[in-house]
Design a binder for this molecule. Sequence first.
Ligand SMILES: Nc1ncnc2c1ncn2[C@@H]1O[C@H](COP(=O)(O)OP(=O)(O)OP(=O)(O)O)[C@@H](O)[C@H]1O
Length: 416
Amino acid sequence: MARKIGSRYTAHQILGRGSAGTVWLGEGPEGPVAIKLLREDLASDQELVGRFVQERTALLSLSDPHVVGVRDLVVDGNDLALVMDLVRGTDLRTRLDRERRMAPEAAVAIAADVADALAAAHAAGIVHRDVKPENVLLDMEGPLGPGGAHPALLTDFGVAKLVDSPRRTRATKVIGTPDYLAPEIIEGLPPRAAVDIYALATVLYELLAGFTPFGGGHPGAVLRRHVTETVVPLPGIPEELWQLLVQCLAKAPASRLRASELGARLREQLPLLAGMGPLDVDEPDAEPQEEPAPYGENEPYDPEPGTPRRGAVPLVPGAATDSNRDTHTSMRVPGPDELAGGARGTARAPRASGAPRPGSARHRVETRRRRLVLGTVAVLLVAAVGVGGWLATGGDDADATPRDNKGASPTAPANP
Ligand SMILES: Nc1ncnc2c1ncn2[C@@H]1O[C@H](COP(=O)(O)OP(=O)(O)OP(=O)(O)O)[C@@H](O)[C@H]1O
């Protein structure tokens, strides 16, 4: 079903959906394009349109081989659309879902491309604020780079910032994707370029490990880990690469590298990583989903009234989200006491390779087997105590056995 966008473009087919709108494969005077059509309720907000136009003007001037080029802006009736270069390929999340972990050379090559894109954006005074695998597109038509990686391009600039206006969001709210949020944002400081470096280092860690350094479990726990915990080393990672990651995941924004330096340092690593296979790590044990609310009994985690109690909540109320992906969260900035840690604030050590993944069939079987063994041990202990007591009383106390059995019953392995 074709749809006209302004006088120059036609949208043909949906490529994907995000929280702010739908991305279409389209056609313009110069050939195929990608058209991001902003959600209608956002497009009818005049103030927002004004800022959208302003932001896009900056992006139109941004030209870098690793930034998805913005070609045009269409404001037509109720339609507000961003016309972009069409990237024929896939996004990094899809690739990561398929491969689970990437070889260090390819992972570093992709991260270096994104660092270059950020360097260009930061030089133009633009902070991305939402660097994550979903916003990195891999150009399958581009030349193969180190480790067989296709060129990576950063997209989705400014939309998060756009909808996070002071009018819409109180300063006490945290906006972003929990796994990639820099600690200073969680502490309520204004986002500067260093937040993008932290997010990119998180993405690189995820490409290497198959999981993010502070993710997992309740979004409140994720935010707390960003602020209070140190990153757990990945087994087998080359020392220099690890040091780069640690520096860019520093809690203090000033300690992180600048994007241009990060890009250069990552590229320096590439020859050392050639031929190296994916790291031999497995997912860490997950925290229980039913984690208690981190912000106290009187104020449990509540992203926005009416939004689901999950990590994946839309950036703007009412946005459609892909339920399989964490997109954005919007919650209040935790207080210092809340951020100081808690019973469950422990860093998640990568699980030894070969150990069963939580929730997997093998994990359930092993859990059941452990409970059965523990239950059996408990019964034997209780039985031994019972027999000992019976012997100690001369073995002729008729009430002893029923009384001991009553005490033993709760630990019996009725439900292993
Ligand atoms: N320039 C493009 N060329 C080709 N496909 C694109 C382009 N831009 C986006 N897409 C596709 O559209 C999908 C949705 O993109 P969009 O930027 O709206 O959402 P998102 O980044 O996944 O989510 P959110 O906006 O909520 O962060 C992407 O995952 C990608 O598959």
